[in-house]
Design a protein. Structure first.
Length: 331
């Protein structure tokens, strides 16, 4: 009976339209791969996911999608990745044999991965600061990350050509427009033609710099909620890309990472919606470098936080599931 109940719940979970995906960007992965990085401070000596092998069975089983690493314990083969368009003509060469985006997809597919979401944008502001002198902004000064319509058309045509040449497994992929400003895209009609060409929106919510504090920072809950709800109303997907998060710095308080999410949900950010996805981007930035990666039994660790988020989004109590299905049936 217990086995039957478990299988029934698992099948219901898999086919359920009541929640979106929970994803993770695991960093640092291994000392060899990532300890040489310097983003918000040196990553040398920071805890790695590789060291936690065998210590996150729940997360390994229930995580839906991952970025940048298939060598951990995670069972999923679904991946997402970020890609920046408009940094140089060489990177954006529309010949599938030369294009970096095509190469990235091909590399993942050749390793058995299923590419679920490509988070795409023109990363002009940071690119110029980091030495990409040829970088070009998008069409809107309000958010220079937004792509041109022609960018998307060119990429879609390239996908078809690459598939016809047997370079890619599919002739199209989900393009998610990464945005910088949390609600501009939802309030300016000029964006609508671009929205019609992509599968959704991804917004990065950090706990650092201009994003802190939550109530008065760049990504105020009401602005993010407006963007998320507008996106879902368009029958598109919305990715809440959360992180990097604080650890034991001057402004840290216990479970600040959970507190922010709970405040967003209380304010009205959709929590259980089949096109509303929560991806964690908890790389070791600034005071976040001291946070332990695991084990998942440590609620303060990255894997412990991931476990909590999976439980919040995916492990919907049966009685709540019945109520939601009843509401959908009435509608």
């Amino acid at each position: 009976m217990m086995l039957t109940s478990f299988l029934s719940n698992a099948e219901s979970e898999e086919g359920s339209p009541t929640h979106g995906l929970v994803g993770l960007r695991p960093l640092p992965r291994t000392a060899e791969m990532d300890h040489g990085h310097n983003h918000g401070g040196s990553w040398a000596g920071t805890p790695t996911f590789d060291e936690q092998q065998g210590h996150y069975p729940f997360v390994a089983d229930h995580l839906d999608i991952i970025k940048g690493w298939l060598d951990g314990d995670f069972k999923t083969k679904r991946v997402f990745f970020e890609h920046y368009w408009g940094l140089s003509e060489a990177r954006d060469d529309l010949d599938p044999e030369k294009n970096l985006l095509i190469k990235t997809i091909r590399d993942w597919e050749s390793n058995g991965a299923v590419v679920e979401h490509i988070l795409l944008c023109r990363e002009y502001d940071l690119a110029i600061q980091r030495g990409h002198k040829s970088a070009k902004p998008g069409p809107f000064k309000e958010d220079t990350r937004i792509l041109y319509e022609q960018d998307i058309d060119d990429i879609r045509a390239m996908f078809k050509k690459a598939h016809k040449q047997n370079i890619l497994k599919h002739d199209n992929y989900k393009l998610i427009q990464m945005v910088q400003e949390p609600s501009f895209f939802a309030t300016d009609q000029r964006f609508q033609p671009i929205m019609d060409k992509v599968e959704g929106i991804a917004y990065e919510c950090h706990q650092f710099n201009r994003h802190w504090p939550l109530e008065t920072g760049w990504g105020k809950p009401e602005k993010i909620i407006k963007g998320a709800e507008w996106t879902l109303d368009q029958n598109k997907e919305y990715i809440f890309y959360y992180g990097p998060i604080r650890w034991k710095g001057e402004v840290y308080y216990e479970f600040v990472e959970r507190d922010w999410l709970q405040k967003f949900w209380k304010a009205g950010l959709p929590k259980h919606h089949h096109r509303m996805h929560y991806y964690l981007n908890t790389f070791p930035h600034a005071d976040g470098r001291g946070r332990p990666v695991g084990p998942e039994t440590d609620p303060h660790s990255v894997l412990g936080f991931t476990k909590w988020l999976i439980e919040q989004i995916k492990m919907i109590p049966q009685e709540k599931r019945v109520r939601q299905q009843g509401v959908e049936g009435d509608a």
